[in-house]
Design a protein around this ligand. Structure first.
Ligand code: THU
Length: 142
């Protein structure tokens, strides 16, 4: 598939891919057996990894994106500029609806969402493409 050019340097994309695939190795997914990794790039250029963490009470599990955003917040990051999500392939993985909203909390419409698998980068979108007309922190006028 022909990918439109990514608005990030190749070295940064490769660093995100490595971090996401490394995080994916830690996935706790005994129920779905669907391991997911995420790597979030913050406003300081730092990368935060996360994996999915399932639970025997199924709805209590959470996604890789949530773990990565939590790691970013714990490190003092407050803005996400890109996230790379990696699944097993070959089907292209996209963040679930709940994760799109979680990303919206820390990212603008132009937050870059990249989908990958162990074979490499598969697709990319902006958050606005995945979550149009979104509700965000600005609506609360804090
Ligand atoms: N999952 C993620 O971690 N991120 C996504 O973007 C999609 C789905 C997880 C949740 C669950 O542990 C497993 O994948 C199967 O849905």
């Amino acid at each position: 598939m022909n990918l439109p050019p990514l608005p990030l340097s190749d070295s940064l994309v490769q660093a995100l891919l490595r971090a996401s695939l490394a995080a994916r190795q830690h996935a706790y997914a005994p129920y779905s057996r669907f391991a997911v990794g995420a790597a979030v790039l913050d406003e300081q250029g730092r990368i935060h990894g996360g994996c999915n963490v399932e639970n025997s009470a199924y709805p209590q599990g959470w996604c890789a994106e949530a773990t990565a955003l939590g790691a970013m917040v714990m490190a003092g990051g407050r803005r996400a500029t890109a996230v790379l999500v990696s699944g097993p392939g070959p089907t292209i993985i996209t963040p679930c609806g709940g994760c799109r909203q979680k990303l919206r909390e820390f990212g603008a419409d132009d937050l870059l969402v990249i989908a990958a698998d162990p074979g490499g980068i598969r697709q990319h979108w902006t958050l606005a493409q995945l979550l149009p007309a979104s509700f965000g922190p600005g609506h609360l006028d804090l």
